[in-house]
Design a protein around this ligand. Structure first.
Ligand code: C5P
Length: 403
């Protein structure tokens, strides 16, 4: 977190139950040497006390356009900021910011700034998925606002779903990323696959797997923020930053065809997708009816996309595979790395709690063809993404060294 030292950070806190988590973000930013000026909306006062925020902040707390001795606090705060972070960002703040409705100090400051803005939405699943919120988020993304996606988990009132404020670690990492302005993948074309393939049995049914695509998307976002031109070949539909090219596919064959178009020009290919190993030989047209009896489904292997990429890759390319294992993690992953001629393999033990499929967290061991091994303990998928791309950059740097 060296990047935040001495930086002016405006921390906007709006009125959601997750406001209590902003205290941790505030404390850690101040501990890391940032000058943090908090702005609370009127409703934020219902969830956290201004005394707590004032006591922890390194700059005065602001709460209104009118209470300040300065007549125009919003322009001063906006102009001085190196970054503005809103955690939590409610549906109202998101909408007001998107529409330019500067009816309180926080939104006025967001509109009055030229600094990068990091929004960390938190709300109930129904609200997060409402078309108005979805559209506002897409609009803000298209204007370059960084969105730290909410996570799924327990929400206020005991409901479970997507909408929980990202954990402080993820928020701090997004701030670090903005301020460190690391562009070590600038000018490179990075191709990433994400999600599980679906292989049709008939017009209705498919053979699928539990992959959510979240790890692949986290890698795509991280690569994009590091300056790469990113092509994301995906079986799932998750919002991404504008500037990332998404190609939607469903089957292993479609994924292979999509990769074939871009693989040769890619500097880095990361196969984070869970590609089916088998598919039905014949996909029945229409729906197999129950009264036709139990169908015998004969399977055949799908193309091994990664092995094909490994046997045809250009010399400059860094090829990364994933290995989801439930036993003998390192041995199995190293075998795969060698067999498929990869530069790196990211191994995860999907039987461990909180690891891999569907979770927001992961724990991995990254093995390289040159024999290096790096373990990353349970962390959010963006942290894992950063570690994977750090390893890619390391392989590239080693190649540039005279041998
Ligand atoms: O050998 P295994 O299927 O476990 O390898 C996993 C890795 O290979 C992942 O990176 C996955 O994306 C890739 N894969 C592939 N084509 C397949 C199966 C897996 O590219 N048919």
């Amino acid at each position: 977190m060296e990047s935040v030292q001495g930086k002016n950070i405006v921390l906007g806190i709006s009125g959601g139950i997750a406001a209590y988590k902003s205290i941790e973000v505030l404390r850690r930013l101040v501990d890391a040497g940032a000058h943090v000026a908090p702005i609370m909306t009127a409703d934020a006062h219902r969830f956290v006390g201004p005394v707590t925020i004032s006591a922890l902040a390194s700059e005065p707390l602001h709460t209104s356009l009118w209470d300040d001795t300065s007549p125009i606090p919003h322009t001063r705060l906006g102009q001085n900021a190196d970054v503005i972070v809103v955690a939590p960002a409610t549906a109202r703040v998101i909408a007001a910011f998107a529409m330019g409705l500067s009816d309180d100090l926080l939104v006025a400051t967001l509109i009055a700034t030229r600094a990068p803005v990091v929004l960390c939405p938190a709300m109930h699943t129904e609200m997060w998925e409402h078309p108005s919120v979805v559209d506002n988020i897409a609009l803000l993304r298209s204007r370059g606002v960084i969105i730290v996606e909410p996570q799924s988990g327990r929400l206020a009132g005991g409901d479970i779903g997507t909408g929980r404020l990202a954990d402080p670690e993820t928020i701090l990492q997004a701030i670090d990323q903005v301020l460190s302005n690391n562009k070590d993948l600038a000018g490179q074309h990075v191709v990433i696959t994400a999600g599980g393939t679906r292989e049709p049995i008939d017009a209705v049914r498919v053979i699928a797997n539990r992959s959510s695509g979240k790890q692949g998307y986290a890698i795509a976002e991280d690569a994009h923020s590091r300056g790469a031109h990113v092509t994301l070949i995906s079986t799932v539909d998750i919002p991404v930053s504008s500037g990332i090219s998404v190609v939607n596919v469903e089957t292993a064959q479609q994924m292979q065809d999509a990769i074939a178009h871009v693989a040769n020009s890619a500097d880095v290919v990361i196969m984070a997708a869970a590609v089916a190993d088998f598919r039905p030989v014949l996909s029945v047209e229409g729906k197999i009816k129950k009264d036709q009896g139990i169908p015998a489904i004969t399977l055949e292997p799908t193309p091994d996309i990664l092995a094909h990429l490994g046997s045809t890759k250009p010399a400059h390319q860094v090829l990364v595979g994933f290995a989801a294992e439930t036993a003998n993690l390192v041995d199995n992953a190293r075998g795969k790395l060698e067999r498929k001629n990869l530069d790196l393999i990211v191994a995860n033990d999907v039987s461990a709690p909180g690891v891999g499929f569907t979770h927001d967290t992961n724990a991995v061991t990254i093995l390289s063809a040159s024999g290096e091994m790096k373990s990353v303990a349970l962390a959010n998928k963006r942290t894992i993404a950063t570690a994977v791309l750090d390893s890619v950059v390391k392989v590239q740097s080693a190649r540039r060294l005279p041998s």
